[in-house]
Design a protein around this ligand. Structure first.
Ligand code: SF4
Ligand code: SF4
Length: 290
């Protein structure tokens, strides 16, 4: 009964075939590193890797212990821990000459520390080699454990990003294991541990939520002191994933952004192709000006 709805024109982007980042892709293979930019086939890769000098690394392996209904990352038994990974990420940040780097990770529910030790070491290694690069981290809930979050925060990232992903009602259907409240709690705790570090969260829309529910999510994020919000269109990665229920128009995104700014976020990026890490370099500046 739920028919496939047609992709609107503003999402049909022509990928630039004149790829000037082939060298960077080769570097990723040589270093055995994974980026969300490549793996999620992110449409913004030219702009990010080229003009903006920003990229999103995915550490702790390419296999996740969870299987969220919106996510294209492979699920299964995780890779062995690679303790040399932090240095390789740091080297690549240097070789890519990045201004801003986002480090995310698969959920490692098999590890007691949720991967937080390697995560923290990655921040430190990047900073040692790239003192001028701003570092944003995008961890999973790391089992909801306070010590894991503390370990990560003690490495002092420039932005702590943790995605709420969807509205409260749809969370059990869309996210695996994660809960809406646990994510809010992580964001509030991070702010409590280091009030000067901006916190950020992203919402995907188009999964069947109502506008009221989106506004409620904004209120919940603000009530947990979240500074930055991004809102983007959910796109179905494969037929097996959750279906798109609605494509929001660029105007509707503009409207959502306006509401978010009225709610008091210091920065909000909203648009059909907005991803958690899109224009993240500007957000650091916006947060720093606070
Ligand atoms: Fe990579 Fe994020 Fe830019 Fe996409 S928006 S290319 S995932 S940094
Ligand atoms: Fe994807 Fe993260 Fe969910 Fe794992 S926990 S399936 S990486 S969204």
């Amino acid at each position: 009964k739920s028919e496939h709805i047609k992709k609107p024109d503003w999402l049909k982007i022509k990928l630039n075939t004149n790829e000037n980042y082939t060298g960077l892709k080769k570097l990723m293979r040589e270093k055995n590193l994974h980026t969300v930019c490549e793996e999620a086939r992110c449409p913004n890769i030219h702009e990010c890797w080229g003009e903006r000098r920003t990229a999103t690394f995915m550490i702790l392996g390419a296999v996740c212990t969870r299987a969220c209904r919106f996510c294209a990352v492979k699920t299964g038994l995780p890779n062995e821990l690679d303790t040399a990974e932090p240095e390789r990420v740091a080297d690549s940040v240097e070789l890519m000459n990045l201004k801003h780097v986002v480090v995310t990770a698969v959920a490692r529910d098999d590890l007691k520390d949720g991967g937080s030790a390697i995560f923290a070491e990655t921040i430190r290694a990047i900073r040692r080699k790239n003192p001028f690069t701003t570092i944003e981290v995008l961890p999973s809930d790391m089992g909801g454990d306070r010590d894991n979050l503390q370990r990560l925060m003690d490495a002092k990232p420039d932005i702590l990003n943790h995605n709420i992903e969807t509205v409260r009602r749809l969370t059990p259907r869309i996210r695996a294991r994660a809960t809406y409240d646990r994510s809010l709690e992580l964001l509030a705790r991070a702010k409590e541990m280091y009030p000067v570090i901006p916190t950020k969260s992203s919402l995907m829309v188009g999964l069947g939520e109502t506008v009221e529910e989106i506004i409620e999510t904004m209120d919940d994020l603000r009530a947990h002191d979240v500074d930055i919000m991004t809102i983007g269109q959910y796109l179905q990665p494969t037929k097996k994933h959750a279906k798109v229920v609605k494509y929001y128009s660029p105007d509707e995104f503009g409207e959502l952004r306006k509401i978010a700014m009225e709610k008091g976020f210091s920065h909000c990026e909203a648009g059909p192709l907005v991803r958690s890490s899109y224009h993240a370099d500007e957000q650091v500046n916006a947060a720093a000006k606070e």
